[in-house]
Design a protein around this ligand. Sequence first.
Ligand SMILES: C[S@@+](CC[C@H](N)C(=O)[O-])C[C@H]1O[C@@H](n2cnc3c(N)ncnc32)[C@H](O)[C@@H]1O
Length: 479
Amino acid sequence: MPDPQHGDHQHERSRQGRRNGPRRGRSGGPRRPPRPADPARTAAFRALMAVESEGAYANLALSEALSHAQLSPRDAAFATVLVDGTARGQGSWDAILEAASGRRPQDLQPAVRVVLRMACQQILATRVPLRAAVDSSVNLARRQIGERVTGLVNAVSRRIGRRDLPGWAGELATGDELTDLALLSCHPRWITAEFVQRLGIEEAARALEADNLAPVPTLVVRPGLAELSELLECGATGCLYSPYGATRPGNPADVPAVAQGRAGVQDEGSQLVSLALARTAQAAGTSGPWLDLCAGPGGKAALLAGMAASDRRLLVAAELHPHRAAMVREALAPIPGDHQVLTADGRRPPWRPGSFAAVMADVPCSGLGSLRRRPESRWRRAAGDITDLQTLQKELLAAAVDSAMPGGTVGYVTCSPVVSETLDVIAWALANLEVDLLDTPAALPEVTGAATGPQLRCLQLWPHRHGTDAMFCALLRRR
Ligand SMILES: C[S@@+](CC[C@H](N)C(=O)[O-])C[C@H]1O[C@@H](n2cnc3c(N)ncnc32)[C@H](O)[C@@H]1O
């Protein structure tokens, strides 16, 4: 939520303008002197235009816009809320502005569409007063697009403000509970359906709501290089479950251990699945090196390498794409112990079968488990993308099992709760590969409410239950 003061401040500014200046405009008299540009909304508009017209990522476009705008911390925070919320809500805002304008959003000029989506975000999802939201939208349109669109922006913003979001959801209700929940939760219908399939409609509503809150950055210490206390001394709060993690608002690079590469940024869910694999492999007592089959950019490999080093084991990290393999090398460089990075296709491995005591298969996936981090991504994906991924996921899991020695442990991991890339792949593996499903939740007894799948032997984390990304993990043992 933005500071409501922000809206009041803008509002006050507009009242002042009216008191001091002449009021006549189109009717023929002298125009009202143009109001000064609003730096936060201007920066947000520029970032959102880059997302809309150039396919930029909202987070990157926002940092770029902020670096040019030199905003006060308060304005920067407001611009961040505007960009995040507008990008997240895009599909729902479009449905509402179509109803309010009687025009299809795709028929509007892109810049007008962006200004009106920003108006929706302010009016329906923040505490900016309606009048401030309308006035500032008109002013933004005047400055960024031209006088000719101000009438449209004014009229449509006012119509949007006649209802709150639940009111619009009621007005646009279709009777189809998935479509209606999708509009209210600002998600595409097909993603809403995936969440409902896993959780039922009531809990899915809570999960989707949690997707709309940007998480506080989670830091992770590199075992052997930094202690958790170093993060806590810098104002971080220890994670609920991971002994390596802590959350801290603000720029992670301000923490010396992060700046020096002795700690990094990693969601707690990613820390936990690495810990589950390492604990289970260590408990199995199988000697031999560990493998991270899909390692780029190297977050889990860095944690696994630190844990492997405590046992004096080699960690091999493989990655298909050379530029991502370079990122893994950089992530592993400061970690003590023995590790090796290979640029390789995990499906055609350069190592002998049965070489590893533990294998992490953190396969490419839809990423629907981390939507809260990437505001625009839910609108850029299609259900078909997931169907295409399943073949690759099965091939990589088969290669992971083949790379494990008999008795070795394999961790199948996705940052997704979608059935076709989690439970369906595991069901296929149990039917087609020489593996047994281990009791994955038992590897993380401190985490409750995460057991799922056959005999509750798989692990599914959720933002609304655990405060983590929706990571899935199934531990398998090669027969
Ligand atoms: C989900 S990401 C892994 C994230 C990583 N484990 C981490 O924690 O930083 C999946 C990675 O697999 C890589 N990849 C895709 N196809 C692959 C293949 N055939 N063999 C090896 N890696 C592959 C992708 O380039 C991507 O870097």
